[in-house]
Design a protein around this ligand. Sequence first.
Ligand code: MN
Length: 304
Amino acid sequence: MKAYHARTKDVGGIPVARLLPQRGKRTIGPWCFLDHAGPATFTEHEVGMQVGAHPHTNLATFTWMLAGEVLHRDSLGHEQLIRCGEVNVMCAGTGDNAGISHTEETPTGIDRLHAVQLWFALPMQQQIAPSFEHHEDLPTWYEQGVDVTLLIGDYCGKTAPTRAYSSIIGLDLAFREEHGRFVAPLQKGFEYGVLVTTGEISYNGTCYGENTLLAFDQVISSDSETLTLEAKAGTRVMLLGGAPLGHPVYMWWNFVADSDQAIQKAITDWNNGHSRFGDIRVGDKTLARMPSPVLRTTLHVNHH
Ligand code: MN
């Protein structure tokens, strides 16, 4: 296990804690991006988070709301408010001619934000079409002193309604007991990570605070391995995992691809107004595209 700390980034006018990608840790299974936003409150003079029209390729954005509300609009025509306890998944589709674009904003009158936004890379050898899903009814249960919510994947015989494109898991764990101890079974072939969103978690006798990502080696044993987490009441974490995709995952700005040529094409297409990314319309107005920065560096790649 290795613990990683967040860098602070500006996203749509608010500071967020970025845990993935970072030096030495680019992916956990297919999960390739991890931002923890808030908890933050806004005064009546502040507009909260306002992210303009931007594209994605070969990935799905996965939003888990802990407090507040965010309005999502995309180039497929979806307009969806996401609230506490809900998940949005926007799939960009796969290939050099697919893509999607969206905006995300704090609606007028909403004074708080606490959310986790992840991306997972898509299996690029499969043909996957762009889509958008909103989930309000996720499996939740009480177990070992913890309120568990299954956000995506399968866990202990339960299956989330969220569409999974490869072997993946996402769980929210909210500790309710003063000296909580939660033992999670792990799946062979999966890599796992634990993000602390509230409070602090104890693993192997060491405490880790908010915005720490504990990253665990791939489970290779055929025995039934488990992960034990200890925490006080009020602590909240996300348990993330999945099997590596088995192909290179290149990332630049808001793009994922399996080659740097495909990244370059996505940048050129977006900046030239290519129709693969569609348009976002509000009433009879088409929103302006946020330009992609030019690629000037060698891309880091996650090889498996
Ligand atoms: Mn986005």
